[in-house]
Structures are given as C-alpha cells and as structure tokens.
Ligand binder design. Structure first.
Ligand SMILES: [Zn+2]
Length: 296
C-alpha cells in the first residue's frame, strides 16, 4: 500500500512539474539556442563552406525573428529579409498536441514525435532532463530550424543559377528549383538527415535512434503506393512533398548508418539534385531491399 501511495505521489509530482512547465518554458531562449546549435553543427561539418565553394553561391547567414503568434506556420524563411521566422504560439500549441498524444506518463530515455501529415513517421528524441515538454520543444524546433536553413541555401543556389549561366547542371537545377513542391521536399529531406546526425552524435545511446529510420522506411514504402493511387485519381495534396522529403531523409539515414558524417558532402550533393521522381525511386528501392538494408 505504501508502495502504491509512493508511486501515486511520484506520479502527481511528475504531472505538476510538467504542468508548471507549460507556463515556465522559455521558448525564446530555446529557439535562440537551437538557432546557434544548428549553425554550429553545420560549421563543424564545413557544410556551408562546401556548398559555397562547390556551387559558387553567395550565402549570408539569415537572422532570426521570433513572432508571438502567426497561426499559419511554425517556422518560415523570408528570402526578402533573409530571416528565419518562428511563431511561438503555433509551436506551443504543437508541443501541447505532441504531449497529449504521448500521454502523461513517466517517460525516460527515448520517445517519438509524429510530425508527418499523411503517414505515420516517427521522430526519436531524448528526454534529456526532467522536463519532457522542454525535450519536445528542443527536438521540434531543431527540426524546423534545419528545414528553414535549407530554404535559405536553396534560395542562394537559385539566385546564383539565375545570374550565372556557367554553373554545372544549370538547366536541370533551375527546373527542379522553380517547382515549389521540390523545395519543400528538399528542405524536409535535409531536416531529417541533419536531425538524425545530431541525435546520433550527441544523444545516441541505445540504438533505438537508428531503428526508427528503418521502421519509417516500411511506412514510406506503403505511402508511395498510396501516392500512385492518389495521383491517378487526379488528387493533389499539399503535404505530399513534405512526407516524401521525410521519407527520403529516412532512407539516407538507414543507408549510410554510422558513416553519415564521412559521406555528408555526397549526401548534400544528392539533396541539391533531388526532385520528386528521384525521391520516389530511392524510397521504392529502399523499401524493396529492406532486408539487405537492415542486415547489410
Ligand atoms: Zn518549407
């Protein structure tokens, strides 16, 4: 009986702690620190330098703007102002939804966000201190951060392509980049790759991080079948490019496994040349060779 009471007391304490955190979470601070964090990771990999050199772009690091509330988005990139913009209230609402879907349980270690629209794709994240709410916020904000940073890179590439006719694969890249759906697909692919890179290198402890990428590939293989049917019926869906990008990112993570870092420039080149058809081909191939991927 005492044992049970103790358990209940602990549980109530846990609930109170997280409810308290609804109000005490400093989103400004988290968004600012994930902005620095994301660029620090890219710097460590020499990634921006590589893209600047290889694609001759004139990249300027965007500024960060945090809005109180814009219900139409979580985060965005404004090419005109070269700003990455976040909407605090939208993020707060999303964190609440994620928390609700996880359930108020005493969670430790790894948990999963579901951030896709059409299919069930999971994102592992670590509960890295006593507040699950803060852990969700950090994971969610870092994902958006990488996504928006890629938009800023894509826009720099597009600028260069428009001005300079000597760039390699110019016509091909221009065709891809002038399709807004491809741009969401690429940003989402980059988001997943970079997020896993961070997760695996900084928090990876028990292998569950990578396993999620494999689980997602099976969901993605089924999703591709659904797209064929949807498109045959003349159906278009705004969220398809995001989900395809997430799926492509997962195939990259599952293919390269622990050698993600050594191959990161090749991975980036592939994302720069990525469009919908390529993404679908890669996802199909990975899904069809799932056993080889898992055990190879
Ligand atoms: Zn986007």
């Amino acid at each position: 009986m005492t044992y049970l009471l103790d358990k209940i007391k602990k549980y109530i304490k846990y609930l109170l702690y997280n409810v308290k955190n609804v109000f005490s979470l400093n989103l400004n601070e988290i968004i600012e620190s994930e902005f620095e964090n994301a660029f620090k990771i890219l710097d460590e990999l020499g990634m921006i330098e590589y893209i600047k050199r290889e694609y001759k772009i004139d990249y300027k690091k965007p500024e960060l703007l945090i809005l109180k509330d814009n219900p139409t988005f979580f985060g965005g990139y404004s090419k005109f102002e070269n700003k990455i913009i976040f909407s605090k209230k939208s993020i707060e609402r999303e964190i609440n939804d994620q928390l609700k879907s996880l359930g108020y349980k005493g969670i430790k270690g790894i948990e999963y966000l579901n951030k896709s629209y059409n299919t069930i794709l999971l994102y592992p994240f670590y509960i890295n201190d006593r507040s699950i709410r803060k852990s969700i916020a950090e994971a969610f904000i870092l994902l958006i951060m990488f996504h928006e940073i890629w938009h800023s890179i894509d826009d720099s590439i597009l600028d260069k392509l428009e001005k300079d006719s000597n760039i390699k694969d110019r016509d091909y890249l221009l065709t891809i980049l002038n399709n807004p759906n491809n741009r969401e697909l690429r940003a989402s692919a980059f988001e997943v790759v970079m997020y896993y890179y961070y997760l695996v290198n900084n928090l990876y402890k028990d292998g569950k991080g990578h396993i999620t990428a494999y689980t997602n590939i099976l969901a993605c293989r089924n999703y591709i079948e659904k797209i064929d049917i949807l498109e045959k019926n003349g159906y278009t869906n705004k969220s398809v490019p995001y989900d395809l990008g997430f799926c492509y990112g997962n195939t990259t993570v599952a293919t390269y496994k622990s050698s993600l870092k050594e191959n990161i420039y090749k991975i980036i080149d592939d994302i720069i040349h990525l469009d919908k058809e390529k993404a679908i081909d890669v996802i199909k191939l990975c899904g069809d060779n799932f056993d080889k991927l898992l055990y190879g």
